[in-house]
Design a protein around this ligand. Structure first.
Ligand SMILES: C[S@@+](CC[C@H](N)C(=O)[O-])C[C@H]1O[C@@H](n2cnc3c(N)ncnc32)[C@H](O)[C@@H]1O
Length: 212
């Protein structure tokens, strides 16, 4: 297997997905900011496990690649190019909503509303999975040192032409207030992308809406 990113990259889903996949009610998944440097690894994993995935991302090239990969592998993925901040999410449709490694690019004024709309999009007993860089990320110190703070712990990154926000766990928990927290992960981990040897500070959370 060629281990560099690109067409041959064999992706990996985020950790809570393989661990809890059998607990998610079968049905639709909404993946918000679905694409990675190769394809939407979470979207692909969930489609391979029998879910009907609706994957949204603003990156046209990556959305097209994801759609092509899904089609070529007979996977039920609808890859849709869209801005997360202008999206309307259908209520009570999805078994699982993902905002993995995309939430940190959403500005404070839109973050809570987006998570709330995603939560309202869940069926009873559905799950929401959030993940983002944390204040333990080495990038946090670099941003603090070199860039202007546009909101608390949010910096505009000129090379990416977008803001990045560094989370703490309490703040992430607040976004899912009222839901059952199923799993939380907080710490430092090595990025498995072999092209670039680096670590991230991360916070991840899986929460469940009540069954009724
Ligand atoms: C780091 S990737 C995360 C991919 C995937 N969710 C995962 O867990 O591997 C972030 C993705 O979010 C998308 N994204 C960030 N902000 C967005 C926005 N406002 N609207 C749509 N997509 C956005 C980017 O285009 C990028 O493909």
């Amino acid at each position: 297997m060629n281990a560099t990113r690109g067409k041959d990259w064999k992706g990996y889903p985020d950790l809570f997905l393989p661990k809890y996949v059998s607990m998610f009610p079968k049905g639709y998944v909404i993946d918000l900011g679905a694409c990675t440097g190769s394809k939407g690894d979470n979207a692909i994993f969930l489609a391979e496990h029998g879910f009907e995935v609706e994957a949204f991302d603003r990156n046209t090239k990556l959305i097209n690649e994801l759609q092509e990969y899904a089609k070529g592998n007979n996977l039920t993925v609808r890859a849709i190019r869209n801005e997360l901040t202008t999206l309307t999410i259908i209520p009570k449709r999805y078994s699982l909503a993902l905002l993995t490694w995309s939430l940190m690019y959403i500005r404070k004024g839109e973050r809570a509303g987006l998570v709330k709309m995603a939560t309202k999009g869940l069926i009873p007993g559905g799950y929401i999975y959030l993940s983002a860089f944390s204040t333990e990320d080495p990038g946090f110190l670099i941003c603090k040192d070199k860039l202007d703070e546009i909101e608390e712990r949010t910096y505009f990154v000129p090379t990416r032409k977008m803001p990045v926000h560094f989370f703490d766990l309490d703040e992430m928990k607040e976004l899912v207030d009222g839901l059952e927290i199923v799993a939380v992960k907080e710490g430092i981990e090595k990025d498995p992308n072999p092209k670039d040897d680096h670590f991230h500070g991360v916070v991840e959370l899986l929460a469940k809406v009540p069954d009724k």
